[in-house]
Unconditional design. Structure first.
Length: 268
């Protein structure tokens, strides 16, 4: 064999040895990694507390990264605090009421749908027409859950929180007056007591507004009952026209005439 042949054979042998060594190293390395993965999986299955801690740490890291990217702290469960429903998920009658009230009072239909559903649920349980409850909310606050009167009536149903603070104890305290559903439930209880004491719905509304001992309630009861009548028509499928928005016109400003002295001064 020539010297060139020996050199080629030596190079071939060297390459084969290197390739075999690399295969053995990588094969053993993958085996070690595989064993590590299997061991980790078995450990997590045997120790769910470690798995939960790892998931929690990972979610914390992901939230921190997302907050850094967005500039705000994300809360994936914030939807659970929203008082809203898709009106398409309501029964036909309730959806019609929700859409009509939404247009009249310029409130989004989703939160109104939640209030309509709650009114029907509570009203059915305590045997008060849910449309009456919605009428009271409409006249009292125009569906503003943060409304407050000069005398301290608060929320959707304008409940006197100071007087009925005990009714909020089961809901966490007086600040629950600004939770729409809680205010509705407390207001319904107050209205029920007023109607029971007065003996009729119309007289109960006078009690509710604090005009039981007054000769005139300022037309409050009549306004509620008129809205109630409209909502009954809406719920029955009738087309009830919405009030036209008031367009305020500004009278043109007449140009001021110069005073007599100015005229004299100009002439002279």
């Amino acid at each position: 064999m020539t010297a060139l042949g020996k050199l080629a054979q030596g190079v071939q042998t060297f390459v084969c040895d290197v390739a075999q060594g690399f295969f053995e190293i990588t094969h053993n390395g993958f085996a070690v990694v595989g064993l590590g993965v299997v061991f980790s999986a078995l450990t997590l299955l045997a120790r769910p507390d470690l798995r939960q801690a790892g998931e929690s740490q990972l979610m914390t890291w992901l939230h921190a990264r997302q907050a850094q990217a967005l500039g705000v702290v994300p809360e994936l469960d914030a939807i659970d605090r929203a008082t809203a429903l898709n009106p398409k998920d309501l029964p036909k009658q309730q959806a019609a009421v929700a859409y009509w009230l939404s247009k009249k009072y310029r409130v989004a239909p989703e939160p109104l749908s939640a209030l309509v559903a709650e009114a029907y649920d509570v009203g059915g349980r305590i045997r008060i027409d849910p449309l009456l409850l919605l009428s009271v909310m409409a006249i009292e606050s125009s569906f503003n859950p943060f409304a407050q009167s000069q005398v301290g009536a608060q929320g959707l149903m304008q409940v006197m929180t100071g007087i009925h603070s005990d009714k909020y104890d089961n809901f966490g305290g007086r600040l629950a007056a600004f939770d729409p559903v809680t205010n509705l439930r407390v207001g319904v209880k107050v209205l029920q007591e007023c109607i029971h004491r007065a003996g009729s719905t119309h007289a109960g509304l006078k009690f509710y507004v604090g005009a039981a001992n007054l000769g005139d309630d300022g037309g409050y009861a009549d306004k509620v009952m008129a809205e109630h009548a409209r909502l009954k028509l809406v719920a029955s499928g009738r087309a009830v026209p919405l009030p036209q928005p008031v367009i305020r016109t500004v009278a043109p400003v007449e140009p001021q005439q110069p005073a007599v002295e100015d005229k004299v001064a100009t002439v002279s």
